[in-house]
Every structure is written in structure tokens, then in C-alpha cells.
Design a protein around this ligand. Structure first.
Ligand code: RB5
Length: 149
């Protein structure tokens, strides 16, 4: 699998560990920044990751801020992108199985690295179930269409 990762300053400290973990599992990960711990605005990085995932079909993303809330909100503004704010392996599993999320979001101030590893494993190993969930995901995408200028 190919991943893109972006954080703000409050999610920065987990970025290297997450990159290392993804690579240790045999997957590719592209770092979209930031490069230092200087304060940055989470909407810039949520958007950057979502746009990269949208432009590279079949790719996935990981976004991290303090809570995961702001950066996931920003990522979800990119039409067609489904970023899921997860808190544990169960929510990460369901984000893939039922919501076909392309982006995993979480908060560095909320979950420890052990939980992060379990969420990444769940996200990587869970396929979208399709079936009745397909229709619901299509309805999410239809909202984007309805608000296109
Ligand atoms: C930054 O202090 C913090 O507001 C941000 O990382 C995030 O938690 C916002 O949702």
C-alpha cells in the first residue's frame, strides 16, 4: 500500500515513528510535512494529504494533530475524500470495513503509540465490505456533488 502522511506541530512527534512502522510492514509512505516542530496550521496539512490521496488513485493517508479533529475536518473538505478520526483498533477497522475511508486520522494528545500501531494494523488489513455500505458511501460522495459550484 502507498500512504501519504501529514501532521501539524501537535502531531509532529508521532510522524517519524509512524513512518518507520509503515515501512517495517513493507508499505510505502510519503512525508508531506511539516519538517520542523514550528507551529503550523492543521488545515494546510489536512488539505495537503487529502489532495495527494485524491490525486493518486488507490493511495491512503494518515493525518495527525493534537486531537485529530481539526486535521480530519480539513481533509474531509476535499471532495471524494473520507478521513476517519479513530481512537482504537475497532474504529479503525470500521472506518475501512463500512466507510471505505482512505485517510486515518488520530490525535497525538489522545492516543498512545501502542494504540496507534493497532489502528494502523487494523486500517491496513481491513478491506471495504461493500454491499449495503457501498450505497451509503455513494451517498456521502453525492453530498460533495450537490454542493459543487
Ligand atoms: C493545536 O494546538 C491544536 O489545536 C491542533 O493540533 C488540533 O488538536 C486541532 O484540532
Amino acid at each position: 500500500m502507498k500512504f501519504y502522511i501529514a501532521t501539524d506541530h501537535a502531531g509532529f512527534h508521532y510522524k517519524e515513528e509512524v513512518k518507520e512502522y509503515i515501512r517495517s510492514k513493507g508499505h510505502q509512505i510519503v512525508d508531506l510535512g511539516p519538517e520542523t516542530t514550528d507551529r503550523v496550521d492543521y488545515p494546510d496539512y489536512g488539505r495537503k494529504c487529502a489532495e495527494a490521496v485524491k490525486a493518486d488513485e488507490g493511495s491512503y493517508g494518515i493525518v495527525i494533530c493534537g486531537t485529530g479533529i481539526g486535521i480530519s475536518m480539513a481533509a474531509n473538505k476535499v471532495p471524494g475524500i473520507r478521513a476517519a478520526l479513530c481512537h482504537d483498533a475497532y474504529t479503525a477497522t470500521m472506518a475501512r470495513a463500512h466507510n471505505n475511508a482512505q485517510i486515518l486520522a488520530f490525535g497525538e494528545r489522545v492516543v498512545g503509540m501502542g494504540v496507534v500501531y493497532s489502528m494502523i494494523d487494523a486500517f491496513i488489513h481491513t478491506p471495504f465490505e461493500g454491499g449495503r455500505h457501498e450505497r451509503r458511501v455513494e451517498k456521502i460522495d453525492a453530498i460533495d456533488e450537490a454542493y459543487k459550484k
